[in-house]
Design a binder for this molecule. Structure first.
Ligand code: AHG
Length: 340
């Protein structure tokens, strides 16, 4: 079969009436920026891009040089095309307006420019995650409050995983599709259409080192998986944890599984409501996973239904194979019910 490039796929989506020309351009621009990020990552030590930038981001985390480079590449690429009203980045406190000299579009772009960046210096997969919202009508210069729309209103979401191959995974709400970067040609090519996450799985992803800090229902759920064949689940479970959400989610989209970053006492002690960010990580990944037949929850609510309260809000994340997410959610409901 003749390969289908991302550009051709976008044209077909436009013809089918699923996206407009501005959204198509936006995705093209993001994909092009991600190709530049891939080039920077691939240079590694030879490009002088490894190590810390010597600055902290808005979350108080030490920025890697590649965090800063990736953020700048995405900002610069998206400034002048006329497809955006503003963008917001996990790395920046406030939204970035479109410079006055350029035309403004009707979309808001949110991104985590380099997710899993602690993995860069050890040559493990990292990624870019993005989410697209409609800019509210009549708003000239969108502020943080205009980005605070529930995940159900996302027009598009995607991620690029910079791994052994560079892959783009994308949804417009009509299935989740995977594109592989053909480095010789320099374009993304459709490699899998309509990814499906099996409802059942025997593989989970969680940072086990936090086990003693978890809430009781999480202890119960994971405890039962660990008990394997001899426990109440009657089967053995395998565990994987890359510590790059893009890589863990991509594995789940490829062969099933379930991913957890629950709330725990360690996070609570820092007055945090979760580890992962709703607007830059949880919402886009929830959209992608649901469109592939999976589920995404905080353990107590569907992620896409949350009404955001702050641009950098953090939430617990449970996502992947439907039946496992449902069981973990049930254990939380039971524990909350028992507490009255
Ligand atoms: P960062 O981008 O700051 O490296 O965070 C990565 C995120 C996510 O990608 C991953 O699943 C999780 O944090 C890993 O957290 P732990 O290091 O606590 O396991």
């Amino acid at each position: 079969m003749k390969p289908i490039s991302l550009i051709q796929f976008l044209i077909e989506e436009r013809r089918a009436g699923r996206i407009n020309a501005e959204l198509s351009l936006l995705i093209e621009v993001v994909a092009r920026a991600c190709k530049r990020i891939a080039v920077a990552i691939n240079k590694g030590a030879l490009g002088g891009v490894l190590g810390n930038a010597g600055s902290d981001n808005v979350q108080g985390e030490a920025q890697k040089k590649l965090d800063v480079i990736s953020n700048e590449i995405l900002l610069e690429a998206n400034a002048w095309g006329g497809h955006l009203a503003a963008c917001a980045s996990e790395e920046m406190e406030d939204p970035q307006p479109i410079p006055d000299m350029y035309p403004k579009g009707h979309h808001l772009l949110l991104f985590d420019p380099l997710d899993g960046s602690s993995n860069i210096d050890v040559n493990i997969s990292v990624g870019t995650i993005f989410s697209v919202l409609r800019s509210p009508d009549g708003v000239e210069e969108p502020k943080a409050e205009h980005f605070l729309q529930p995940g159900t209103t996302q027009l598009a979401a995607g991620y690029v995983v910079y791994g052994p191959a560079t892959l783009l995974v994308l949804t417009f709400g009509h299935g989740t599709h995977e594109f592989t970067l053909d480095r010789e040609v320099g374009s993304f090519v459709l490699s899998r259409r309509n990814l499906r996450i099996p409802e059942e799985t025997a593989e989970f992803a969680i940072n086990m080192s936090n086990q003693r800090h978890w809430e009781a229902p999480m202890q119960r759920y994971i405890g039962e998986l660990l008990a394997g064949q001899d426990g109440p689940r009657g089967k053995d479970f395998n565990m994987r944890w890359v510590a790059s959400m893009v890589a863990d989610v991509h594995r789940i989209l490829s062969r099933g599984g379930v991913f957890f970053y629950p709330l725990d006492a360690k996070l609570k002690a820092k007055a945090q409501t979760g580890k992962l960010r709703l607007m830059y990580e949880a919402n886009p990944m929830a959209f992608i996973v649901e469109q592939a037949g999976g589920s995404a929850s905080t353990g107590r609510a569907r992620i896409l239904d949350l009404e955001p309260t702050a641009l950098h809000q953090r939430v617990p994340v449970f996502l992947g194979s439907k039946n496992e997410v449902a069981m973990a959610v049930r254990y939380h409901a039971e524990a909350d019910g028992a507490q009255g």
